[in-house]
Design a protein around this ligand. Structure first.
Ligand code: C2E
Ligand code: MG
Ligand code: MG
Ligand code: MG
Length: 277
């Protein structure tokens, strides 16, 4: 099975290797066509306030209806989209789409609903990000405080001064900022006092084994306490079970996102899921 290279170097022979690289060329070609061929859609995962038993926002998530292959999830194409730079037009597309949809919900009377959009590091570092967000808000007429941008910690630690300026510029537009997958990055907590963020989203990996895993429980409680002391909202991601929900609400975290309440939905289904049954 192992193929001898030279000297003492060996490489494991992988019969799938050729297929796989062929597959990725095909994937790349298909991905280039996805936007212009209208193959991308957005699903919206509700975020609930368990205290009020009602939805307060939704997160926009990309889906790609790949011809002959079915629905592709972000993990199967976002890395490639980032590598190829395609994430920039895709990111702009979903931002616009989500803001349009947000405005439509407002027009239907759901004017408390906020819409969040994930920003990739590439997008964040784009020169005209702030101008683009501003234009999209103007074009769609969505009130800026109803748009939330989700950033990851790893994005925030790099390039601190420039990052700080961009976040301040975004905040000046009036949009909200949340830190996604909080607790999984390489960040020092120090940045939290400098960056004007609104919400910490506790990563699903910590929520997964609640309430039994004492380490996860300790981390979760620490994040909740930290968020409360800094006057930030704290939301738990990936809540799938009643026991997790109970643990979180018992410990002061009421903002909940996860399959327990709702999977990501088509836009038209959101209005039917506003209240927790
Ligand atoms: P994320 O921003 O942390 O989004 C949460 C992911 O967890 C979503 O997966 C969501 O469907 C999933 N999820 C939510 N609740 C549960 C649960 O209770 N159980 C389980 N097992 N999963 C749950 P999805 O849609 O596959 O997205 C994965 C990641 O892809 C997102 O993680 C985000 O980082 C990225 N992504 C999605 N859409 C976009 C986009 O438009 N732009 C960028 N840059 N990244 C995106
Ligand atoms: Mg997110
Ligand atoms: Mg997340
Ligand atoms: Mg995540």
């Amino acid at each position: 099975k192992a193929k001898k290279l030279s000297g003492n170097q060996f490489q494991l022979y992988d019969p799938n290797l050729e297929d796989r690289s062929l597959g990725s060329v095909e994937l790349e070609n298909d991905l280039y066509k996805a936007l212009q061929n209208d193959e991308l859609t957005v699903v919206y995962q509700p975020k609930y306030d368990a205290m009020k038993s009602r939805m307060f926002g939704v997160e926009a998530l990309l889906r790609w209806h790949r011809p002959q292959k079915g629905i592709m999830k972000p993990k199967d194409f976002i890395p490639l989209a980032e590598e190829t730079g395609l994430i920039i037009p895709m990111g702009e597309w979903i931002l616009k789409k989500a803001c349009e949809q947000g405005k439509e919900w407002h027009n239907q009377g759901l004017d408390h609903l906020s819409v969040s959009v994930n920003l990739s590091p590439q997008q964040f570092n784009q020169e005209d990000l702030v101008a683009n967000v501003k234009t999209i808000l103007e074009e769609t007429d969505l009130p800026a405080p109803c748009l939330e941008l989700e950033l990851t910690e790893n994005l925030i630690i790099h390039n601190t001064e420039k990052t700080l300026r961009i976040i301040h510029d975004l905040k000046d537009l009036g949009v909200k900022i949340s830190i996604d997958d909080f607790g999984t990055g390489y960040s020092s907590l120090g940045y939290l006092k400098d960056f004007p963020v609104d919400t910490l989203k506790i990563d699903k990996t910590f929520i997964d084994e609640l309430p039994d895993n004492p380490n996860n429980a300790a981390i979760t409680n620490t994040i909740i306490t930290l968020g409360n002391s800094l006057k930030l909202n704290v939301l738990a991601e990936g809540v799938e079970k009643k026991e997790q929900l109970d643990y979180l609400t018992d410990n002061g975290c009421y903002l909940i996102q996860g399959y327990y309440f709702s999977r990501p939905l088509k836009a038209e289904d959101v209005i039917h899921q506003i209240y927790i049954r």
